[in-house]
Design a protein around this ligand. Structure first.
Ligand code: ATP
Length: 283
């Protein structure tokens, strides 16, 4: 079975600025892939290239095995999208929106939509332009989750939400994947969210994928070691994922703690530390 989403060697430049360099990764069914990178790393540009909102310079994007999803209206409905600045009709209330989406989507699930609206504590009689930023975000996610999508593409969907709303939303995303066998690609700067729900993590820096790995594998096999130059020479180069100089020491992310030479202790790691080390690593 093809992956829900396959991105292969996608390239994009704006003028002379190369923004995406051979970006390659997949979203398998049943997975939640966290797309992580600093501001300006290329996450939104990748999302736009996936959705055909910008023309890519090269590479392929396959959604549900199809390269030109635009030609398949039925399949397009199976994608739920949440972008930072969503344009939901400003002068409609949630109740009115429900009616619009009922007509727009063949598989609109009103009961599910209202369940989410209540779970997210959203007011049904307030116009969209009177909702707070966090409320609008939750509404966008409720919409994306209510038309029987198989693939969700969420750009910063939990940013700006209070901790309890984030928890609620993450639970709904997990619920979506386990009940629909769908998949989610989400970008996030909140590493605690990534630790909680991601099955895979893809790190991007300056338009280049630095690491594409199953999350559990990172916690089981990866480690960060603080070592001096002499110890660095003892490390098997194949296990060095990223390296950063810190005074006379090196912080090194390695992919196999079993392969560490004796006497070099491995620290337990958090996704936050992995992310910082990867994004600040030297070439
Ligand atoms: N239309 C455009 N024209 C020129 N440069 C652009 C355009 N869109 C994006 N860029 C540049 O591409 C790079 C990647 O931007 P992108 O929005 O993809 O980053 P991001 O990873 O989503 O960042 P953030 O975490 O801040 O949302 C940035 O350097 C940005 O300035």
């Amino acid at each position: 079975m093809p992956h829900l989403l396959e991105i292969k060697n996608v390239r994009k430049s704006f003028g002379h600025k190369v923004v995406l360099k051979d970006v390659t990764f997949n979203v398998p069914s049943g997975s939640i892939v966290a797309f992580i990178g600093d501001n300006g790393a290329g996450k939104s540009t990748t999302f736009k290239a996936i959705l055909g909102l910008i023309a890519k310079d090269g590479g392929t994007v396959k959604i549900f095995g199809e390269e030109n999803i635009d030609k398949h209206a039925k399949l397009k409905e199976k994608i739920g999208v949440v972008f930072d600045a969503m344009n939901l009709p400003a002068h409609l209330t949630i109740k009115q929106l429900n009616k619009v989406f009922e007509k727009l989507f063949k598989s609109w699930d009103q009961a599910h939509f209202y369940r989410l609206v209540h779970a997210f504590s959203l007011p049904t009689d307030l116009k969209v332009n009177k909702l707070s930023r966090g409320m609008s975000m939750k509404l966008s996610v409720a919409v994306a989750l209510s038309h029987n999508a198989k693939l969700l593409i969420l750009d910063e969907a939990t940013g700006g939400l209070d901790p309890s709303s984030r928890e609620e939303l993450l639970d709904e995303l997990k619920n979506f994947v386990s009940t629909s066998k769908g998949g989610i690609l989400l970008s996030s700067h909140i590493m605690s969210d990534v630790e909680k729900i991601a099955s895979h993590v893809v790190f991007i820096k300056d338009g280049e994928i630095l690491l594409n790995e199953e999350k559990d594998n990172i916690f089981e096999s990866y480690a960060i070691v603080d070592i001096d130059e002499k110890q660095l020479t003892l490390l098997d180069k194949d296990i060095v994922v990223a390296k950063r100089t810190s005074g006379s020491y090196f912080n090194v992310l390695i992919s196999d703690k079993q392969a560490l030479p004796k006497g070099i202790p491995a620290k337990t790691i958090s996704m936050e530390e992995v992310s910082v080390l990867l994004t600040r690593s030297e070439k």
